[in-house]
Write a protein that binds this ligand. Structure first.
Ligand SMILES: NC(=O)c1ccc[n+]([C@@H]2O[C@H](COP(=O)([O-])OP(=O)(O)OC[C@H]3O[C@@H](n4cnc5c(N)ncnc54)[C@H](O)[C@@H]3O)[C@@H](O)[C@H]2O)c1
Ligand SMILES: [Zn+2]
Ligand SMILES: [Zn+2]
Length: 396
């Protein structure tokens, strides 16, 4: 089958690889009809390269049709249409029962000291073959896949695999008070949804984003927007009576623009041999922190900062004096996708499309175009905001 594979820093290619097969009775095989590229894939493309191996199959935002099920699978049958959450979680362990599926104790990657296994997401998350491919092996198939109807297009459902629940969790964790103001740093796909969810829940929302067309998209959904600069915190305070937003979602993450120190560290890691680079990542401060530090500065005293954006350095410098003095609260983490999908499913099916799931994708392309799409998504060229790959061809 065709699959998008990692070949090196800023280098992915479409290769023919063996079709996946059922390995455990609880597995299913999915024929992938749509599969998105995520901001998290960009970290593999750039910074997290030392944890990737040449030929790894990428991707963790797939949906499709059940092609085959293992003997122990009872909830799914061949032909069912499903969205596959990026977390591989069992559904029955201590963590899964508490809605912490991203910490699943059955699939935790002990060798890396990480939470649950994730499709296509490096040695840190189990080196599991990913979903930017014609077929995907899905472990714990009775629990993970979300069954969806046959009427609406893939675009309605696809984002349940990751970015919609991620944004939902980010806003829940941001704990916006009644009548409060939410700021969202980064209006990529995750930030777009976080901002729209903030509006949907009745909050005033201000988005911070350097790319003009991303600000324009957010404006279409009632979000106030500003560019990112060194004065962003001051600007946010002046828009909120001098106090700052009550809550902030950071949907920019470790590759934020405007962070010369982190950018240098990431560049240095990029030119080291893998083993050395891993050591630096495991012991050093390798994040680009401009968005996060600005958020800490901007949020009002006693407010909450919620990190949806991924950070990866282990010794990244943090302004603890300010964090302590302002009495801030922080929440963060990989999304517990399955925790939120039941409440999100009816919302994406609503005819009025209140979260605008049909106004996010800018490019729908065949899987062969993945290398160019990765490039455009990273460089933010060709108007790229969200790319959906079609492994079965463009007409499916
Ligand atoms: N927690 C999770 O489970 C989870 C799931 C999916 C994605 N993510 C993470 O969310 C983040 C965003 O992902 P995405 O798919 O939206 O990708 P993206 O890379 O398109 O989005 C990042 C956005 O932040 C903007 N940005 C850069 N520097 C900024 C700054 N200083 N201030 C404000 N905005 C800035 C960029 O222009 C871009 O629009 C990534 O770090 C990704 O890894 C986390
Ligand atoms: Zn993702
Ligand atoms: Zn579990």
């Amino acid at each position: 089958m065709k699959a998008v594979t990692w070949q090196g820093k800023r280098n992915v290619s479409v290769e023919n690889v063996p079709d996946p097969t059922i390995q455990e009775p609880t597995d299913a095989i999915i024929r992938v009809t749509s599969t998105a590229i995520c901001g998290s894939d960009l970290h593999l493309y750039e910074v997290l390269g030392p944890f990737m191996n040449k030929g790894d199959v990428l991707g963790h935002e797939p949906m499709g049709i059940v092609e085959e099920v293992g003997a122990g699978v009872t909830n799914l049958k061949v032909g069912d249409r499903v969205v596959v959450p990026f977390n591989i979680s069992c559904g029955y362990c201590f963590m899964c029962k508490r809605g912490l599926q991203s910490q699943c104790e059955t699939t935790q990657v002990h060798s890396a000291g990480s939470g649950c296994a994730i499709y296509g997401y490096s040695e840190l998350y189990g080196s599991v073959p990913g979903g930017q491919a014609a077929f995907l092996r899905v472990p714990f198939a009775d629990y993970g896949p979300v069954k969806v109807g046959s009427e609406l297009p893939d675009e309605r459902y696809l984002y349940l695999s990751d970015i919609l629940p991620t944004a939902w969790q980010g806003v829940q964790y941001a704990d916006v008070p009644e009548g409060g103001v939410l700021a969202v740093y980064g209006l990529g796909p995750v930030g777009q949804f976080a901002a729209r969810i903030g509006k949907y829940l009745g909050h005033r929302v201000i988005g911070v984003e350097p790319v003009a067309e991303r600000r324009e998209m957010a404006k279409r959904h009632g979000v106030e927007t500003i560019d990112f600069s060194k004065d962003t915190a001051e600007e946010l305070r002046s828009m909120t009576g001098g106090r700052g937003p009550d809550s902030i979602v950071d949907a920019a993450g470790m590759e934020a623009h405007g962070s010369p120190v982190g950018a240098f560290a990431q560049h240095a890691v990029g030119i080291l041999p893998d083993k050395l680079a891993q050591k630096v990542m495991e012991t050093g401060g390798t994040d680009r922190l401009s968005a996060l530090h600005s958020a800490i500065d901007a949020v009002r005293r006693g407010g909450t900062v919620s990190l949806s954006g991924v950070y990866g350095g282990t010794a990244s410098p943090m302004p603890l004096l300010t964090m302590f003095d302002k009495q801030l609260q922080f929440r963060m983490g990989q999304c517990n996708v399955r925790r939120w999908t039941d409440e999100l499913l009816p919302i994406v099916e609503e005819p009025s499309d209140p979260l605008g799931v049909t106004d996010l994708m800018t490019h729908e392309v065949s899987i062969d175009e993945a290398p160019a799409a990765y490039k455009n998504f990273q460089k933010k060229t060709d108007g790229t905001i969200k790319v959906v790959l079609k492994p079965q061809g463009l007409t499916v």
